[in-house]
Design a protein around this ligand. Structure first.
Ligand code: IPM
Ligand code: MN
Length: 372
């Protein structure tokens, strides 16, 4: 029996997670295992009522789980950043989920904006570093003449670099720092090399070492060193700006791509689009030795909440990543096969050209798994 923590969250979260659970339960039935779900009520509703995001006690309790199944968070009534940082990033950081695994795979029958590309060409995985870089949360903002503590830090930054006197010249200043560590870079690269070893043995590293020479210079150096231990894997570099072009023009060049956090955030939205849009893009936040979390990479789409129209496929797919992670490889593959069947048969929601409701999709896929 597997114990999985479940956090449906805000907006369409509860509707799409309900479908994902139907599918995972069916996969369990088919392949001979049980999932015991434990629900956690996190998100905007609770925050607005109690001011709580996620508590230290809950985080401690969650550390007993190997996996968390996560829906989405975000709500118009809450200032942007509060739920994202206070829940999603809090979980990623607390559990040190240093790998953000994002498959970019075009399933048969899905339309892509890349006119001359199909499932043969669009099939790679982005391994996004998930704990460092510009996400470390070090920065400040201050108005000149006020907030003296912040200005103290900025005095050096601005005075030395630009000759700006922060007390008088500039009316408002802000800075944010990207931090990488050798260990933090190395561990995610090792994960990516291992993954490439199970696929086409090709790994592309993304950086901007030509301009941001300190942080991404370190990244590149660590990549150089790490690759020596993986002689079977072919490697190359892409600058982040260039890789956005190649994703569009030659997606078939890529097998596994390893990237620092923020570039990974950006290029995986591009990746999501070429595999058919955010409705089909799953992600796994993985700590190979701890608690991992699986989620669709899209948001909570508050305007579709409760309408039974949201596309649950990204969440179902995230469920497949969860199964794969806990070692139920066959079940994980069966989920993807049945997602494909649903697409081929047009058993999809309106955004994908179908006529089915959110709540029909899980049933359809679950049934397909059981008969498959
Ligand atoms: C993602 C999201 C998050 C990120 C936000 C919501 C914090 O965009 O999972 O890609 O930036 O990582
Ligand atoms: Mn993102």
């Amino acid at each position: 029996m597997y114990r999985v923590a479940c956090m449906p969250g805000d907006g369409i979260g509860p509707e799409i997670v309900a479908e994902g659970r139907k599918v995972l339960d069916a996969a369990g039935e088919k392949f001979g295992f049980d999932i015991e779900w434990t629900d956690y009520e996190i998100g905007a509703e609770r925050y607005l009522k109690t001011g709580e995001l996620i508590t230290e006690d809950e985080l401690k309790e969650l550390s007993k789980f190997k996996s968390i199944y996560f829906g989405s968070i975000g709500d118009d009534r809450v200032k942007p950043g509060i739920l994202e940082k206070g829940i999603l990033l809090a979980i990623r950081f607390y559990f040190d989920q240093y790998v953000n695994l994002r498959p970019i795979k075009l399933l048969p029958g899905v339309s892509t904006p890349l006119a001359d590309k199909g499932p043969e060409e669009i099939d790679f995985v982005v391994v996004r570093e998930n704990t460092e870089d510009f996400y470390v949360g070090i920065g400040a903002r201050a108005k000149a003449g006020k907030q003296r503590d912040e200005l103290e830090v900025m005095r050096n930054l601005y005075n030395v670099r630009f000759g700006i006197d922060v007390e008088t010249d500039a009316d408002e200043l802000a800075y944010q720092i990207g931090v990488l560590s050798r260990k933090g870079s190395e561990r995610v690269m090792e994960y990516a090399f291992d993954l490439a070893g199970t696929r086409d043995k090709k790994l592309t590293s993304v950086d901007k070492a030509n301009v941001l020479t300190e942080v991404y210079g370190l990244w590149r150096e660590v990549f150089e060193e790490t690759k020596k231990r993986y002689p079977d894997v072919t490697t190359e570099y892409n600058f982040v700006d260039a890789i956005t072009m190649w994703f569009v023009k030659n997606p078939e060049w890529f097998d596994v791509v390893v990237t620092p956090n923020m570039f990974g955030d950006i290029i995986t939205d591009l990746g999501a689009m070429i595999q058919g849009g955010l409705g089909l893009a799953p992600g796994g936040n993985i700590n190979p030795k701890g608690t991992s979390m699986f989620e669709p990479i899209h948001g909570s789409a508050p305007k579709y909440k409760g309408k039974n129209v949201a596309n649950p496929l990204a969440t179902v797919w995230a469920g497949s990543l969860l199964l794969d992670h806990i070692g139920e490889k066959e079940a994980a593959a069966a989920v993807i096969t049945s997602i494909s069947h649903s697409i081929e048969k047009g058993a999809v929601t309106k955004d994908m050209g179908g006529f089915m409701k959110t709540s029909d999709i899980g049933d359809w896929i679950a049934k397909d798994i059981l008969k498959g």
